[in-house]
Design a protein. Sequence first.
Length: 313
Amino acid sequence: MVTPVFVCTGTLDSGKTTMVKDVLMEQEWIEPGRTLLIVCEEGEVEYSEEYLKEKDMILLKIDEFDQLNAAFFKNCEKNYRPVQVVIEFNGMWKLEELLMIRYPRNWELQGVYSTVNGETLDMYLKNMRNILMEQLTESELIVVNRCAEGVDRSGFRRALKVQNPMAQLIFEGTDGKIIEPSEEDLPYDVKGDRIVVEDMDFGIWYVDAYDHPELYLHKEIEFLAQTFRPRGMEDDMFVPVRKIMTCCAADTRFYGYPCKTKEKVDCKKKEWVRLRARFEYESVTSFGNKQPVLYLVSMEPAEQPKEEVVYIG
């Protein structure tokens, strides 16, 4: 049996404990049973005895990075036999060194999640950029919380994507609610009649096209995808898909919108193609709700990208 390991990292008082409690431990793929929680720094929010008991969690506090070694983790496996392991990491320690430690054979890293305090984001970018980015380069999910109006979201997104193009990025306001992306936040230009979606931006486009179809209506979209035709779908329709990871490896699925063609298309399953299609918003079936629908303009074979999995955000 594989024991999944989840790492939550970020600078001091960036909301790591809140992420563990309100996000990570509430996911459906968290298995029932004992969770080993390794906390590497004291924050404003604590884990109460009631919470630990309710979630069947064993809490271990670590003061020095040197305590985290192969022998320590081997003893953790021997003494606690956890179903999963959560490490709330110290944002001033080197994450790379944690990931290089030799873990018990059945332990497997499933995800690195990071938090950033929007109130101090500008300060870190100007004065401590390397320290900040070091915590984010391995992250699948990054939550920038407590963002006041005027925070340079697009500037941070650009700075981050240079270091970690596959990270899912979420901004939250001072009220704790997710800030919906605006046109300025998008990594591609939606003002023209043709929109080129770069390889790792497919997840962003997929979500935004459903939430804001008016930005794409009647425009030509170009992107890289795999061909797929569900059982029962007509020969003049297929679905160009990409494998999208929303949170962790256990939550990876193929996503895409149906694409109509003028004539029958013989597409091989999961063949890589670069296509151009006109974006419309309509019902696929007579009883279906409206959704994004593509109309094929052109399609040609393409090479498989280095990274097949893309992320949302």
